[in-house]
Write a new protein. Structure first.
Length: 67
């Protein structure tokens, strides 16, 4: 149960930290967040391919493990 709580906190921080940082210091965070957005748009295909690969490997592993 503790590990689930720790994982949830870390996962939520990946979303909450940029939002809170932008709300606190919007002028300073505009540049880095725009840079990150450009990188994500430029590498969208790679990010999605890795995501789908991980999901596919997990599904195949669960399928093989259910035999």
């Amino acid at each position: 149960m503790l590990l689930i709580a720790i994982f949830t906190v870390f996962a939520a921080c990946s979303v909450a930290v940029p939002i809170v940082a932008y709300l606190v210091a919007s002028q300073k965070m505009t540049g880095p967040l725009e840079s990150l957005r450009k990188w994500l748009v430029h590498n969208n295909a790679t990010v999605m391919a890795v995501l789908f690969l991980v999901i596919g490997v997990m599904l195949i592993g669960k399928g093989i493990g259910s035999f």
